[in-house]
Design a protein around this ligand. Structure first.
Ligand SMILES: Nc1ncnc2c1ncn2[C@@H]1O[C@H](COP(=O)(O)OP(=O)(O)OP(=O)(O)O)[C@@H](O)[C@H]1O
Ligand SMILES: [Zn+2]
Length: 721
């Protein structure tokens, strides 16, 4: 493989050539001065940490909330068997420490979304952020931090053979949320509970309904009346609700440890209910399975034989089952039934033990739920769900699967490929060098001052298969923010700092600031018409703090009375839009009290007993006519044109851009010279479908159309011939 992968010399990324030229020492010292945050020390994170350390970045802080698991060892190469159960971040850092002693490494075990540990000041110390995460929520959070702090973010993700990297510069390029991300697929309740037709429907039933109902006391989800039943038939909805209640009463048999319930009997009741009685009731609903029914008659169920259930249980009372079953084979229905009975036994005992421990515990808190959680790596829970799903599949004429296959589906597992992680981490570390050059003179050509022109999104070929272009990795230039993005475009963001006076009276001076002080500052700084023209909401508590009709809190202190503290987000809305003929985006201010705990190097320069508002330039005033235009005239917005499949990237867009640095007013996008651009047909087909969990999503609008791309853009071509 390695021999087969050769890089064409002419396509070696420009960035590497740049480091070879005369400016090397200048660039290297910049790299040495850079302090970056790496979030995630898993599959991509381990590779990336190694790359970044080898590049000799000055300081790298690594955050991961998790500890090392056996299943990580096949690809997270910084970890050994002896490291199992140790924190990923500290262990990864220890493993790379000796690669070069010039890089300062700091590890944290914690959730990056925990504002108590990772305050905004803490985020603010870094030059840029690098994500190596595996979930949308955390990715979105870091993205938001990058917007509040105006810090660049390098995003990356892999899903099996697919991988991508995306550099993001707040206000200049798309942010993580500029494109909608596909959410994990959900199914209507009635498909899962009444008319399954695929193995996944039975697996979801076993995992999210049956297992939860039996081994957890939380029934809030099932009792929620707002379910998407996917059916309007009142009989069917009634049946689904009854079925749930009956299962709950079966759970009582399990939990009732005072009477010495016979576990075999409970399992017999359970099997009879699930696979005989419930199925008969289902068949009695005429609308479900007749010739005109919406469901697939191919999957019309037949109840399991009651005799089979009784015989199997009776036989197992006499002989224990010694048959060795392989997890990657498809078991027949008898074996599934036997194994279901065995694991149900084990789980009922486990659940009873947990209950008795909880009730004997001194700190017994009734609100504490006792539950067994489904975990794909907990063999009992996995086999219970898998065999129950297979029994249901059998009843509904759906193919039965191996335990191994069900593990992949129930655990939402897409096998992680170490090579993809390594490639993506490599691309990410190369791309990080481009961040360094954005405001420097790394390139001596005309691009020097254009922050974004050197930045590219990169994708691997889908499923590792080369398309017509014969390229394994393809790059496309980053694009401008989506004007409708709720994170970066429809709301402005910044830090609201309340700073100490530096004379030890800090806390007092902060505490004396009242709401009207804040309002005065806002009005004078941002040019709102007057105090009555704005409203202020505390987003964290959903409280209205001020508007023209509510001035009761004006004399209340922000910190003591209104309990605004670090991490609160205040939403300032210009209510005066119509009267003043102005059009202003809402402003979100992240509240921050500057105190002595801030790392001395990163204290804001202004240390006064005052309010420091971000340098948001007053927005351009627009007459009502123009405002209407912006709202109505969709042609001003980049749009994917369904008909001709071409995206109109209109550089003449009149964008309203906020500038936290205070050095740019409107975004000055240099119109690319016509001669410098080519129409570049896009490299992904319609089927591009990358996991929602990993958050990988090629920019959807671009995937089907054509995009305009600079001739200077370089593809990294890996020649597989
Ligand atoms: N909110 C978060 N804060 C800190 N670290 C996080 C957060 N969310 C995810 N992570 C970390 O990001 C890393 C992602 O790595 P990866 O995709 O390889 O997942 P994994 O959990 O190591 O592997 P798998 O999910 O395949 O078992 C994990 O180590 C995970 O702990
Ligand atoms: Zn955005």
């Amino acid at each position: 493989m390695i021999e087969a992968v050769t890089q064409r010399r002419s396509n070696v990324p420009k960035i590497l050539n740049a480091f070879k030229n005369n400016n090397t020492s200048q660039h290297f010292s910049k790299l040495r001065d850079t302090k970056l945050l790496l979030v995630g020390a898993g599959g991509i994170g381990c590779e990336l940490l190694k790359d970044l350390v080898l590049l000799q970045y000055g300081e790298i802080h690594v955050v991961d909330l998790d500890t090392i698991d056996l299943s990580n060892l096949n690809r997270q190469f910084l970890f050994r068997h002896r490291d199992i159960k140790t924190p990923k971040s500290t262990t990864a850092v220890k493993a790379v420490e000796y690669f070069n002693t010039n890089t300062k490494l700091v590890a944290y075990q914690g959730n990056i979304m925990d504002p108590e540990i990772f305050t905004i000041d803490w985020f603010n110390q870094f030059d840029f952020f690098v994500n190596a995460l595996d979930n949308l929520q955390a990715r979105r959070y870091v993205n938001k931090m990058s917007q509040f702090l105006n810090k660049k973010l390098l995003e990356s993700g892999t899903s099996g053979f697919d991988g991508y990297i995306q550099p993001m510069v707040p206000h200049l390029t798309e942010c993580f949320d500029c494109t909608t991300k596909e959410l994990p697929k959900t199914f209507p309740v009635c498909t899962i509970r009444s008319t399954p037709s695929q193995p996944i429907h039975c697996i979801v039933w076993a995992k999210d309904f049956l297992f939860q109902q039996l081994f957890t006391s939380d029934t809030t989800i099932e009792n929620n009346n707002n379910h998407n039943f996917g059916s309007t038939d009142p009989k069917e909805i009634e049946r689904i609700k009854n079925e749930t209640n009956e299962l709950k009463s079966l759970q009582l048999e399990i939990t009732n440890t005072s009477t010495n319930n016979n576990i075999n009997q409970i399992i017999q009741h359970l099997l009879t209910k699930l696979f005989v009685q419930d199925i008969k009731k289902l068949l009695s609903i005429g609308t479900l399975y007749n010739n005109n029914s919406r469901s697939n008659n191919k999957n019309k169920p037949s109840p399991l034989s009651q005799e089979l259930i009784n015989d199997t249980i009776n036989k197992m009372k006499i002989n224990s089952n010694n048959k060795i079953l392989k997890l990657n084979n498809v078991w027949d229905i008898n074996d599934n039934l036997i194994r279901f009975i065995e694991v149900a036994h084990v789980l009922i005992k486990r659940y009873r033990k947990l209950l008795s421990l909880a009730s004997s515990s001194e700190n017994n808190n009734k609100d504490n739920e006792v539950c067994i959680e489904f975990d794909k790596d907990d063999q009992d829970t996995l086999e219970f769900v898998a065999t129950a799903a297979n029994l249901r599949s059998f009843v509904f004429n759906i193919p039965i699967l191996s335990i191994f296959d069900i593990k992949q589906i129930a655990g939402n597992i897409i096998p992680a490929i170490a090579t993809t992680n390594a490639i993506v981490a490599g691309l990410s570390s190369l791309s990080s060098l481009k961040f360094l050059t954005s405001s420097s003179t790394l390139y001596s050509d005309k691009d020097t001052n254009d922050i974004t022109s050197n930045l590219s999104i990169a994708f691997t070929a889908k499923a590792g298969k080369l398309g017509n272009n014969n390229k394994y990795i393809t790059t496309t230039q980053v694009t401008k923010p989506n004007q409708n993005c709720v994170v970066c475009s429809t709301v402005m963001r910044g830090l609201l700092k309340i700073a100490e006076d530096g004379n030890g009276n800090g806390a007092d001076s902060c505490n004396s600031i009242v709401l009207s002080d804040l309002i005065d500052n806002l009005v004078s700084k941002y040019g709102y018409t007057n105090a009555e023209s704005i409203s202020i909401m505390d987003i964290n508590s959903g409280r209205l703090l001020y508007d023209a009709d509510f001035d009761d809190l004006l004399n209340k202190t922000l910190i003591r009375d209104l309990k605004i503290s670090n991490g609160n987000i205040l939403l300032i809305t210009d209510e005066d839009g119509n009267d003043a003929g102005k059009f202003r985006k809402p402003l979100e201010l992240y509240f921050q009290i500057c105190n002595d705990n801030i790392n001395a190097d990163h204290k804001p320069s202004l240390i006064l007993p005052d309010i420091e508002l971000p340098l948001v330039k007053p927005l351009k005033s627009i007459s009502m006519d123009e405002t209407t235009d912006i709202n109505d005239n969709k042609s001003q917005i980049k749009e994917y044109d369904e008909d001709n499949g071409v995206i109109d990237i209109d550089d003449s867009d009149d964008e309203l851009i906020m500038d936290f640095n205070g050095d740019a007013d409107e975004e000055e996008e240099e119109e690319e010279e016509e001669g410098n651009t080519t129409k570049h047909s896009i490299l992904y087909d319609d089927e591009t479908d990358i996991s929602a969990e990993t958050g990988i999503e090629p920019p959807t609008k671009k995937t089907r159309g054509e995009i305009r791309q600079s001739k200077d853009h370089e593809d990294v071509i890996i020649d597989l011939d």
